[in-house]
Write a protein that binds this ligand. Structure first.
Ligand code: GLU
Length: 338
């Protein structure tokens, strides 16, 4: 397979090279040890206590180290978008004393690492996707929902792990003529990563909160670009956090299971990893049992709850910082006025 020809066939409209963006978004000039963090909410209209908890961690890490904290809006899923959600995010966070140095704001965007709305970065993702195709590390997949469904059934019957990988990855070895033919009859495709991972192998990573973790390698040919040309979370995260020069990725533990994918993608791009910090999920006692706070059952998950009941924003902040940092109470006793 001629990878360059395939890349050209799939992305004829992309004429920039990755090096162009590396130069456009230079390393940040910050004091040594400064941390660059970001909040990447999706504009789904619901900003909750867990988001605020993460935002405090981001904000404190950046500002205590002389670094930068920016807001990126992760709006690639149009179906889930709610009008007015971005303003609601900005105003809720500022009510609780969380301000950004860079990125999306109520007037638009500031900073030289933008656009900070993912939907406006489509051409950037596609440039790097094209580059992976050129290197033979990504390929188009024309499988339909029905194809994927029969694949799942077959795997279930054979007692194999579900997913698109190895010999089950039906489009892995299409010839350029087959790709051309599919395109000419108007078939749409997703772009998949050609994984070289092995489920039997593990790797280690030092999580900023959890310490050394031993995780299995990713072996799935995960989707990088969806049929509409927009990236999946995995691909957007890797491209954006690299080009925006994020040093610390603070996010909820629900992302831990996809960390092997992210590590494999950073490696494929030849980029250094950020420091990952996976925070814990906020839990509550429900009778004898501990459980995750739920949007449906727990009004206290919503930030509006504290606002409407008149809790002082500083009290909410103190409460969350106490949960976030196990010696915060000692620090507060020693620093009553800060
Ligand atoms: N858009 C993702 C979310 O809302 C962001 C996760 C992250 O911080 O990387 O969960």
């Amino acid at each position: 397979m001629n990878n360059s020809a395939l890349a050209e066939l799939l992305f004829p409209h992309i004429n920039k090279e990755p090096g162009y963006y590396e130069e456009l978004y230079p390393q940040r000039e910050l004091p040594p040890g400064a941390r660059v963090t970001r909040l990447g909410p999706s504009p789904t209209g619901f900003i909750h206590l867990g988001n605020l908890y993460g935002a405090f961690a981001d904000e404190r890490l950046a500002h205590q180290s002389g670094g930068t904290f920016y807001l990126r809006i992760e709006d690639t899923d149009e179906k889930r978008e709610v009008p007015g959600a971005v303003d609601a995010i900005i105003s809720s966070l500022s009510y609780f004393g969380v301000y950004f140095d860079e990125g999306v704001n109520s007037q638009g965007e500031t900073g030289i690492y933008g656009p900070y709305y993912q939907r406006r970065r489509e051409y950037i993702y596609q440039c790097f996707a094209k580059h992976l195709v050129e290197k033979g590390m990504a390929y188009p997949c024309f499988c339909t929902e029905d194809d994927l469904q029969s694949l799942r059934e077959r795997q279930e019957k054979e007692g194999e792990n579900p997913g698109y990988y190895g010999d089950f990855a039906l489009c892995r070895d299409l010839t350029i003529d087959q790709v051309q033919q599919n395109l000419s009859i108007g078939k749409s495709f997703v772009l998949r990563f050609r994984s070289s991972g092995d489920p039997a192998r593990t790797f280690q990573i030092d999580d900023g909160i959890r310490g050394i973790l031993s995780l299995p390698e990713n072996y799935h040919d995960v989707v990088l670009l969806k049929q509409n040309g927009f990236p999946t979370y995995h691909f957007a995260h890797v491209i954006d956090d690299h080009l925006m020069r994020t040093t610390h990725v603070i996010r909820g533990e629900e992302w831990l299971s996809s960390l092997p994918i992210h590590v494999a993608l950073f490696e494929a791009m030849g980029w250094p990893l950020p420091v990952y910090c996976h925070t814990t999920v906020l839990m509550k006692m429900d009778g004898e049992n501990k459980r995750k706070l739920s949007k449906r059952k727990d009004p206290e998950l919503s930030l509006d709850y504290y606002r409407s009941l008149g809790y002082h924003p500083k009290a909410v902040r103190e409460y969350l910082l106490t949960i976030l940092n196990s010696n915060y109470e000692e620090w507060r006793l020693a620093n009553p006025a800060d």
